[in-house]
Design a protein around this ligand. Structure first.
Ligand code: CTP
Ligand code: MG
Length: 253
């Protein structure tokens, strides 16, 4: 396990609309966040998982954590106001305490140091092992690799210059159709060499970003796009949970 996974889980789920964090909504009888957490902690390349949580949710995460395998390999850190603050807080903890080693790995009693960081939205429960295989295999060459899917819809862009600065104004008049070839939707996990992602966060400290790869790109470092399954969806609205429930039942048939 030379990979540390950062699971940002410190949001409030405002678009989901529940009173509590959407990550506690049940998917097949288990909290939403536990699905990806279990898939990831079972991977042999993953040495530890840093779960970034809001202070008000901490106790609940701590308790639910005990139901997962290898719960001793998780660490809970305090998240921040923006997703990027939560990732930055977790990033600061990587290698601060040695990751517990599995028996095969412990050389001279010393656990391996973390070299890679994978950031994965706790709100993406359906990530597949085959996609994890692909993105972990790729990052060795490029130092930065993310899962992404080709855009399927027809893209329009409203032109603020024509529509007087309003993005939503009369798209039929001001809209411009983009060529979608070569356009991708970013997913997670996004995997980086530890030094690279630390440097990116250092350089863009305080600026908020919803996409970690963007910070790496801004340093001029290329990020490889690894085609992933389209069903690695992020639960944002309540209807996404219905879709996830259906997809999971189909998979477990
Ligand atoms: N996240 C986080 N810290 C924040 C905001 C978000 O760790 N300050 C996490 C969320 O918990 C989620 C992931 O980042 O696992 C993706 O964010 P999103 O889907 O936007 O979740 P929320 O911010 O909780 O939802 P919303 O934007 O609707 O409020
Ligand atoms: Mg959000």
């Amino acid at each position: 396990g030379s990979v540390a996974v950062i699971l940002p889980a410190a949001g409030s789920g405002s678009r989901f609309g529940d009173e509590e964090n959407k990550l506690f909504a049940l998917l097949r009888g288990r909290s939403l966040w536990m699905h990806a957490a279990e898939t990831l902690i079972r991977r042999q390349e993953v040495g530890q998982i840093l779960l970034a949580v809001a202070p008000c949710d901490r106790e609940r995460f701590e308790q639910q954590l005990l139901e997962l395998p290898h719960s001793d390999r998780f660490r809970i850190v305090e998240g921040g106001d923006q997703r990027s603050d939560s990732v930055a807080a977790a990033l600061a903890e990587v290698n601060r305490m040695p990751a517990p080693a599995t028996d095969e790995e412990a050389v001279d009693g010393l656990p391996p140091r973390i070299e890679w960081v994978a950031v994965h939205d706790a709100a993406r429960p359906l990530v597949r092992d085959s996609d994890l295989d692909a993105v972990f295999a790729h990052v060795g060459h490029s130092r930065a690799a993310i899962l992404a899917t080709p855009v399927t819809g027809t893209l329009k862009r409203s032109c603020p210059a024509i529509s007087g600065g309003s993005l939503f104004e009369s798209e039929t008049i001001n809209g411009i159709t983009f060529d979608r070839r070569g356009m991708w939707v970013a997913q997670t996990p996004q995997v980086f060499h530890l030094d690279l992602i630390r440097q990116a966060y250092q350089r863009h400290r305080g600026r908020s970003a919803t996409d970690d790869a963007e910070l790496v790109e801004r340093m001029g470092h290329p990020v490889a796009l690894v085609p992933g399954a389209a069903d690695n969806l992020k639960i944002t609205y309540p209807e996404d949970l219905l879709v996830a429930e259906a997809l999971l039942s189909e998979r477990l048939k």
